[in-house]
Design a binder for this molecule. Structure first.
Ligand code: SAM
Length: 347
């Protein structure tokens, strides 16, 4: 991975941070998501909601049942969510996965129950789910300085990867100028996520897109106190802030600017169907009823379920930081998951 990076940086003298992330996360055969590391779960680097157990998927299934139709899951990881949803719903299930290695894992786990797509479909009618996918899309790194807006990229010095700045230009500069922050300030802008939502939105003939991830609306994302941005790296369950450590072997993510996703969806002619914290969404969908179906007398069975619910709902775990954004076209409202506590007006 380092040789590949050194080679590309030598050719150009500098690469953008988004190009760096594209390589270290997604480069076939070398990138973090393309490699054969465990990634998810206890043996991996982080745990996502579907990896905790079935509670998240069984609760989300209630929302999907209300809408009906086929499901397209983008970035399906180990296939855990797909498996739970398929057990709950009898529907056609499609997966769009960029990592060939993860696609093989999903195929081994799910077999003929799912169909794999290579690209976003030209036209889609149904539901789309992306759980912790947008945070894995390559962001640009930006510094707002006294000298103007700079793009932070990557250079190579004394055999080491280092940050190096250039004046920002084009779409990035335009987006950065629209964000009001004090100087000096640095943060991330996810142009890839906007493009993804715009394209998906244009191709959605009917149905809803659910983006579930950690992040904030714009005024919180680019809050004066978040002056060092939101980059986060995960290596064997340790979170730290150095994206140049273990290139290709650690996950590097940024929080999601949900206002930017909502704007991109509106640009594509979609409606905002709801925006809520994960805790509020799961409670609205009836997570307590799903829990209630378990045998409370059997502590061996119930204790892990209660721990799972706590992790999903607690404000100090995933409950508040994770949000659910739903956008769509020709969908009957209100959606179950946003019946109470909808915060769309904060986007
Ligand atoms: C952090 S993992 C989350 C996996 C799973 N959704 C979960 O919740 O456990 C990110 C997943 O998204 C995939 N991915 C990243 N960018 C993608 C994109 N643009 N299109 C499709 N899949 C993508 C990765 O390969 C991986 O499967």
């Amino acid at each position: 991975m380092l040789a590949r990076l050194a080679n590309e940086i030598e050719q150009h003298g500098w690469i953008s941070f988004s190009r760096y992330l594209q390589l270290v996360l997604h480069e076939p055969g070398l990138g973090y998501y393309a490699g054969d590391r465990a990634k998810f779960g206890r043996a991996g680097d982080f745990v996502t909601a579907p990896e905790l157990g079935k509670l998240f998927g069984r609760t989300l299934a209630r929302q999907l049942r209300q809408i009906g139709g086929p499901v397209l899951e983008v970035g399906a990881g180990s296939g855990a969510l797909a498996q739970t949803l398929l057990d709950e719903l009898s529907c056609e299930y499609f997966i769009l996965e960029t990592s060939a290695e993860l696609r093989e894992r999903q195929r081994a786990r799910l077999g003929k129950r799912v169909q794999f797509l290579d690209t976003l479909p030209e036209r889609w009618a149904g539901t789309v789910i992306a759980n912790e996918v947008v945070d894995a899309m390559p962001v640009h790194a930006v510094a707002w300085t006294e000298r103007g807006v700079m793009e932070r990229g990557v250079s190579f010095r004394d055999g080491k990867l280092v940050w190096a700045e250039k004046p920002a230009s084009g779409d990035l500069l335009e987006e950065a100028r629209a964000i009001k922050v004090p100087t000096p300030y640095q943060s991330e802008i996810n142009l890839a996520a906007r493009g993804w939502m715009r394209t998906l939105g244009q191709r959605l003939a009917e149905g809803a897109i659910f983006v579930i991830d950690y992040g904030f609306p714009r005024h919180e994302y680019y809050h004066p106190q978040r002056a060092m941005g939101t980059l986060m790296c995960h290596y064997r369950h340790q979170a730290h802030g150095d994206p140049f450590l273990h290139p290709g072997e650690q996950d590097v993510t940024a929080h999601v600017d949900f206002s930017a996703l909502a704007d991109a969806a509106r640009d594509a002619g979609l409606e905002i169907l709801g925006y809520a914290t994960q805790a509020q969404f799961l409670v609205n969908c009836g997570i307590t009823d799903v829990l209630g179906e378990a045998n409370i007398e059997n502590a061996l069975h119930y204790a892990p379920l209660a721990a799972e619910a706590n992790k999903l709902l607690s404000p100090v775990e995933m409950g508040e930081l994770f949000k659910v954004l739903a956008v769509g076209r020709r969908v009957a409202r209100p959606l179950l998951g946003f019946a109470r506590g909808d915060r769309s007006n904060t986007l």
